[in-house]
Design a protein around this ligand. Sequence first.
Ligand code: SOE
Length: 351
Amino acid sequence: MKTFRIGLIGLGGMGQAHIRWMSEMGGRFRLVAISDVNPPALADMGDKLGISEAKRYADFERLIADPDVDAVVSVTPNNVHAAIVRACLEAGKPFLAEKPFTRDFEEAVPLLALYERQPVAAMIGFTYRYTPAFRYARELVRQGRIGRVRSFSSQYLQGWGAAQYNCPFVWRFDKAITGTGTLGDLGSHMIDLARFLFGGEFLELTAQMQTIVPERPDPLTGEPVRIEVDDFVSFQARMTGDIRGVFQSSRNAIGSGNQHEISIYGDTGTIHASTLDEGHTVLIGEDGEGQLSRSTIAVPQRCRIKQYDDFLALLDGTETDGLPGIIDGYRNQEVLEAIVRASEIRSLVEL
Ligand code: SOE
């Protein structure tokens, strides 16, 4: 079996998580090149991983062009997502790129056109498709276990941004880098999960975006910096099949570490699933004689697929069920844009 030689762009916290995930794949991935704009990070990680000086790139274009790199993993802040995807598509180099697909919809449009002209094996890091409890919820829906799906609620909550923690002005709050705040960071996951679960699209929505903490201290000077991105967003949407969804995401939910959860309501039952218990999915149903049953089901092995299992399958050229690709990134960005617009005009937006 082939070992894929990987070039990793972005050595921050999530970059290090990707290094760990690749190392858990039985030797099928070998990290051969790294890139980061921060010279000390590049030197430290290069030394730690034993990557030669020649394969430590300050600019990502050279890593992508390196013939020793079979595939690229990109884990950078949002402002370089579009340029990296474009460079990979132009070079015909397979890649896994973190979400959101781009900083805004305008950046996404030419990328889809380019991909359609010259497709490349590509995956977008919508990692909650690989949360076992969510994947099993999708299977239960597809098996018709709760009948026709009518409505859906989704929340993705984190707490690290709450005012009392006085989190400094990091890149995730910088509009020029991120485009949006919690919307693009966490909301993009909620949108993708809804599309994955029901296999449909967002058709229309209303939304409200808010900045609860209006200033954050500059990490160097301590001076207050005005925040121009959201740290709370809520939206409601109508999806294909007339499914109605209500969504909220916050960075200020004290006590929530990484709490992403869904409830799906159908004609004959309900499904609950959460990252707080990734190994179980709750199924509530009527037995037809007025008796309610509630089972907390251990997720079967077949639904315990990892993101890197699918990336490997993609590189091996094997078909997979529900791998998030370029079109998913593009559609996601379209919904994010509609949410921003709906919040600005305080009115319904059709997609
Ligand atoms: C933000 O805190 C973050 O790291 C996101 O960027 C990831 O996409 C999410 O999976 C975990 O939280």
